[in-house]
Design a protein around this ligand. Structure first.
Ligand code: CUA
Length: 371
C-alpha cells in the first residue's frame, strides 16, 4: 500500500506538471496572433526575424548535440550491476578544453557579425522615407505629419511599401511627473524603441501589406500602461492620399440642431484639452505638447482612448462596420475613469465631467459629425 508520503509527492509532481503545461501554453500563445514578431509584414520586421531564425537554428543544433552526448554518455557509462570498481579519474584534458572553448567562440563570432550589422542597418535612415513625429503621452500616442500639416492620435496611418522614419519623443511639459518613458512597438512592422522625454529617437517601420497592425506601449509608464495601445493602419497609396486630403480639411461644420448645441458644449467644456482645427493647417511644426488627442477627424479613426475601445460597431467576422459605436461613446462620456475599469481614477488624463444625459446626447451628436 502506498504511504501517505508517496501519495503526497505524486500529487505534488502532478500539480507541477499541470503548472508546467499551462506555463508552456501561455508562452506559446504569446508568440502568435495580432502581435507576433514571428509574422513580419515589412522589411524592418523581416530582417530581425531572419536573424532570430539563424540564431535559433544554431541553438537547436547545439542543444541536440550537447543533450545527445549527455544522454549517450549517461547510458553507455552507467554503473553496471556488480561493478563496484572506481572509474578512471581524469583531471584536465588540454586538447578537449581548447576544443570546447574555440567552438563556442567561433559560434558567438558568427552570430555577432550579422547582429551588429543589423543594429547599424536598422538605425540608418532609409532612402525615400516619409517622416512621422511620434509623441508618447500618458496614455496615448500622438502622430504629426510635418510634410502634410496633419496631427492625429492613436492610429498611425501609413502608405503601403513606403519606409516610415518615426521621430519619437515623450511629452515633457507640465507637471514634473508627466515626463515618463514609453516604448513604441508594432511587432509586425518593426523593432521596439524606448521613447524618452527631452530626447529625439528614431525607428524605421514599413508595411508591405495593407491592414491594421496592433501595437502597444512596451515600457511601464504608470497606471494605465496596459491601456496604452496603438494601431498602425497601412493603406494603398491611393487610399493614403485620400486620407491625407481628408485630414487636411478643417472640422466639418455641424448643421443638425443637436450637433450645433454639442459644439457649444464642447467649446465650453472640452476644448481646453482637445483641439478641433477650424482651419486647414493643423500646425504640425508647432512642437508644443498637446494635452489630449486632436479630435478634428475623430470619426476617421476606428478606435479611441489609447486605441482600447471601438469607435465603430463590428460585424460577425470582427470587421468594423460604418455604424458609430454611439452607446460606447456615451458610456465613456458618462465617466471616463470608470471606463478604464479596475484602474485607479488617476490612470487617465480625462476627468469625469459629471455630464447630464442631455449633455452627453448633444456631445455625441456633435462628435459623430467629425468625419
Ligand atoms: Cu506608455 Cu507604457
Amino acid at each position: 500500500m502506498p504511504s501517505t508520503n508517496g501519495r503526497a509527492s505524486r500529487a505534488r509532481r502532478r500539480a507541477l506538471r499541470i503548472v508546467q503545461f499551462f506555463a508552456l501554453a501561455a508562452l506559446l500563445a504569446a508568440c502568435s496572433g495580432d502581435q507576433s514578431v514571428l509574422d513580419p509584414k515589412g522589411p524592418f520586421a523581416k530582417g530581425p526575424d531572419d536573424l532570430f531564425m539563424f540564431v535559433f537554428w544554431i541553438a537547436v543544433v547545439v542543444f541536440v548535440l550537447v543533450q545527445g552526448l549527455i544522454v549517450y554518455t549517461a547510458v553507455k557509462f552507467r554503473q553496471k550491476a556488480g561493478d563496484d570498481a572506481l572509474p578512471v579519474q581524469t583531471h584536465g584534458n588540454t586538447k578537449l578544453e581548447i576544443v570546447w572553448t574555440v567552438i563556442p567562440a567561433l559560434i558567438l563570432a558568427a552570430i555577432s557579425v550579422p547582429t551588429i550589422q543589423m543594429i547599424f542597418d536598422l538605425d540608418e535612415e532609409p532612402p525615400g522615407a516619409m517622416t512621422v513625429e511620434v509623441i508618447g503621452h500618458r496614455w496615448w500616442w500622438e502622430y504629426r505629419y510635418p510634410d502634410y500639416g496633419i496631427i492625429t492620435a492613436n492610429e498611425l496611418v501609413i502608405p503601403v511599401g513606403v519606409p516610415i522614419r518615426l521621430e519619437m519623443r515623450a511629452e515633457e511639459s507640465g507637471a514634473a511627473d508627466r515626463g515618463v518613458l514609453h516604448s513604441y512597438w508594432v511587432p509586425k512592422l518593426g523593432g521596439k524603441q524606448d521613447v524618452i522625454p527631452g530626447r529625439m529617437v528614431t525607428l524605421n517601420i514599413q508595411a508591405d501589406t495593407a491592414g491594421r497592425y496592433l501595437g502597444q506601449c512596451a515600457e511601464y509608464c504608470g497606471l494605465s500602461h496596459a491601456n496604452m495601445r496603438n494601431r498602425a493602419v497601412a493603406l494603398d497609396m491611393a487610399d493614403f492620399e485620400e486620407w491625407v486630403a481628408a485630414q487636411q480639411q478643417p472640422a466639418a461644420e455641424p448643421s443638425d440642431g443637436l450637433a450645433v448645441q454639442g459644439r457649444e458644449l464642447f467649446t465650453a467644456n472640452c476644448a481646453a484639452c482637445h483641439t478641433i482645427n477650424s482651419s486647414s493647417v493643423a500646425g504640425a511644426d508647432d512642437f508644443t505638447n498637446a494635452i489630449a488627442p486632436n479630435l478634428t477627424h475623430l470619426m476617421s479613426r476606428k478606435e479611441f482612448a489609447g486605441a482600447i475601445f471601438d469607435l465603430y460597431g463590428r460585424d460577425a467576422d470582427g470587421n468594423f462596420t460604418d455604424e458609430p459605436n454611439v452607446d460606447l461613446l456615451k458610456e465613456w462620456l458618462r465617466n471616463p475613469p470608470a471606463m478604464k475599469a479596475m484602474r485607479p481614477a488617476d490612470g487617465i488624463g480625462m476627468p469625469n465631467l459629471n455630464l447630464s444625459e442631455d449633455q452627453i446626447e448633444v456631445l455625441v451628436a456633435y462628435l459623430t459629425t467629425l468625419q
